[in-house]
Design a protein around this ligand. Structure first.
Ligand code: SF4
Ligand code: SF4
Length: 318
């Protein structure tokens, strides 16, 4: 085991206020074992570093075209027809043949406009800690800290555990944003170094859960019980996804389960589905399917919130 292990990270965001208490630095790890069709960070799903293509940044092949000659596999071609050959200002754009691309990154290294770039970079634990410590004054003033998110951070277990340990050794508050889908042995090792778990719970119906996201809910529920029994603190996050988990029956089952976790749960957050992440799917090679649905109404969210409140839970709508 390395004394300074490295992990694959796709973003580090300072001044985050959505991922736990106070002002936070959030570290987003690549790779997730779940396949949620509503994922709003599809760039987080694969574990490897991958190519991203953003058409709006391209300055066109007439003045540039460097990517066309840089690709050793011929995976970049001028866009045609329905692939939006021309933008409104008449630029000839390119198209990535995702089946041929092997994410070597040569085109991204050449692209002067950042239209082609790579999602993901290797960082060591000490590099991330140094980055986080730059924000320490803001953590101290706001009661914030560092959140490790993803993807599923517990899938890069060696890196995440070492990072959590190092952050605590530096006196920083830690939050772990997790799907909960990880071996209990890993969760147990994380527990002493996590001040707050941000744990997603989606559907109490195991078959529906497995069918939609590709993994069973049983290990997630068992981990939630284990964290509570070990004295850990949790914010429970429930994404509200049309036709998947927005029934009154599911919310009652979730409410009952969460209430049984007792004082371990400090807050329950309802996260209504939105389609803002859908355009991101077009930027990468992906293994859909992609959910495109109408966001739940305020009335619907109000009804679901009222159901959870019957279980004496503190609810926040994000
Ligand atoms: S990342 Fe893909 S498209 Fe870019 S040069 Fe490599 S193979 Fe070609
Ligand atoms: S290198 Fe970048 S800016 Fe130039 S044509 Fe290719 S994608 Fe567009």
């Amino acid at each position: 085991m390395s004394s300074d292990p490295a992990g694959t990270i796709y973003d580090i965001q300072g001044f985050s206020v959505q991922d736990g208490p106070g002002i936070r630095t959030t570290v987003f790890l690549k790779g997730c074992p779940l396949r949620c069709p509503w994922c709003h960070s599809p760039e987080s799903r694969r574990f490897d570093i991958q190519l991203s293509w953003q058409s709006r940044r391209c300055i066109g092949t007439a003045v540039c075209g460097l990517c066309l000659v840089s690709c050793p596999r011929g995976a970049i071609v001028p866009a045609e027809g329905s692939q939006s050959t021309d933008t409104e200002d008449g630029l000839q754009l390119i198209r990535v043949d995702w089946d041929t691309c092997d994410d070597c990154g040569l085109c991204a290294a050449e692209c002067p406009a950042g239209a082609l770039s790579m999602w993901g970079k290797r960082y060591t634990v000490s590099e991330v800690v140094d980055r986080a410590l730059r924000d320490r004054p803001f953590f101290e003033k706001s009661g914030g800290g560092v959140t490790i998110s993803g993807g599923e951070p517990l899938s890069q277990a060696e890196f995440t555990l070492a990072l959590l340990r190092a952050l605590k050794e530096n006196g920083l508050h830690t939050a772990l944003d997790t799907t909960g889908f990880a071996p209990w042995a890993v969760v147990e090792k994380a527990l002493p170094h996590v001040d707050l778990f941000l744990l997603d719970l989606k559907n109490m119906d195991g078959r529906a859960h497995n069918a939609a996201v590709g993994v069973p809910n049983q290990p997630i529920l068992e981990n939630a019980r284990g964290i509570a029994a070990a004295g850990g603190k949790m914010q429970i996050r429930i994404p509200v996804i049309p036709r998947f988990n927005d029934s009154g029956g599911n919310l009652r089952a979730l409410g009952k389960f969460v209430a049984e976790l007792g004082e371990a749960v400090t807050l329950v957050q309802l996260l209504p589905y939105h389609a803002l992440g859908v355009p991101k799917w077009e930027r990468i090679k992906h293994d859909g399917p992609i959910l495109e649905a109408t966001a739940p109404s305020d009335k619907k969210i109000g009804e679901l919130k009222a159901i959870l409140e019957e279980y004496s839970l503190t609810i926040q709508v994000h």
